[in-house]
Ligand binder design. Structure first.
Ligand SMILES: *[C@@H]1O[C@H](CO)[C@@H](O)[C@H](O)[C@H]1NC(C)=O
Ligand SMILES: *[C@@H]1O[C@H](CO)[C@@H](O)[C@H](O)[C@H]1NC(C)=O
Length: 307
């Protein structure tokens, strides 16, 4: 075989090997599993921020680490690789720290790698009450605009993650109206996303800005909506400010929310016992496709034979 032909073959071989396995697939275009994150400061994340006058301590636990398969929608509506603090360009007037979003996404991929690419859409703003999240108001409109932008390049909004209510504990009238306001908010989100059964995972309060925490918690825990699950944060360790979940508490919360979400997904198919006839008819999936290296080897073989 002439030398030039041989080097041509080597290039061909390299090309084939790269075609499938090694090819760079832009994750931005992937069919993302998208989550909307909304609420107030404990969703935005204050873990590692001892109080509002101090900076974030910068500690990122391994459960919150970056991963090329975890993206976030930036304030400029671009998909970028996610990193802590997740809400830094969204909740811009506050000091952001660790929230539940990154441990949530990492846990999902750890337990269900077949999910592929997780897209997080941070929308939470610290210090906001439920009235400010009403349909038609700025926070709601902002969230919806981001939600719509998130599906532009492919993917499905798979759940709303909601942690809010601390600001509605200040007076008894707001605390007592919390349930009806929240219910309305959830139904508007589902209607406007045209997803009437959209899974919602909300957090029952661990703390509040006023004395009516239990009134708000009762409304949250008593809410009976299809595909709504409530994760209880009561008893979570707080920062010295007494209001915000610490970093370890946020890690635990994010993981609980992930485990709750995973219950919404269909059970693995291999959990079912196939009937003998079906099992015989269907070849094992591994045998169906020629592995890359075998295809490359065959090509090489044929070329060297004919040339
Ligand atoms: C914030 O925390 C630091 C350290 O714990 C403390 O010295 C300071 O007084 C606190 N500031 C406020 C406003 O709570
Ligand atoms: C909600 O918060 C806004 C802005 O802080 C405030 O003006 C309003 O009175 C609050 N509304 C209720 C119902 O608490």
């Amino acid at each position: 075989m002439p030398k030039r032909m041989r080097s041509l073959l080597m290039w061909l071989l390299l090309l084939i090997t790269m075609m499938e396995g090694g090819a760079v697939r832009p994750l931005v275009q992937a069919q993302k599993t998208i989550f909307i994150l909304a609420g107030q400061s404990n969703m935005a994340g204050r873990g590692g921020v001892a109080n509002f006058s101090l900076p974030w301590d910068g500690v990122v636990p391994p459960e919150c680490r970056q991963n090329p398969s975890i993206l976030r929608l930036s304030a400029g509506l671009d998909w970028v690789e996610a990193e802590e603090p997740l809400h830094k360009d969204i909740d811009v007037t506050k000091t952001n720290g660790i929230g539940p979003g990154m441990p949530f996404a990492n846990r999902i991929l750890e337990k269900k790698p077949e999910v592929g690419v997780v897209g997080l859409v941070p929308c939470a703003i610290g210090g906001t009450n439920i009235s400010e999240w009403e349909r038609g108001r700025e926070l709601y409109t902002h969230m919806m605009r981001r939600a719509q932008a998130s599906v532009r390049d492919g993917g499905t909004i798979s759940a709303l993650l909601w942690y809010q209510g601390e600001s509605d504990t200040l007076n008894v009238a707001d605390a007592q109206s919390y349930g009806s306001r929240l219910r309305k908010f959830f139904s508007h989100v589902r209607a406007d996303l045209q997803s009437p059964l959209l899974p919602i995972i909300q957090v029952a309060l661990a703390s509040g800005q006023g004395p009516y925490v239990e009134t708000v918690r009762e409304a949250q825990l008593g809410m009976d909506l299809l595909n709504l699950r409530t994760v209880d944060a009561k008893g979570s360790p707080l920062e010295p400010d007494g209001l915000h979940l610490s970093t370890p508490a946020q890690v635990h919360l994010g993981q609980m929310m992930a485990d709750t979400f995973l219950h919404f997904l269909p059970a693995p198919i291999r959990a079912q016992v196939p009937s003998p006839s079906k099992a015989a008819a269907a070849p094992p999936p591994r045998a169906r496709r020629l592995p890359n290296f075998a295809a490359a080897f065959l090509t090489l073989f044929f070329f060297s034979f004919f040339l």
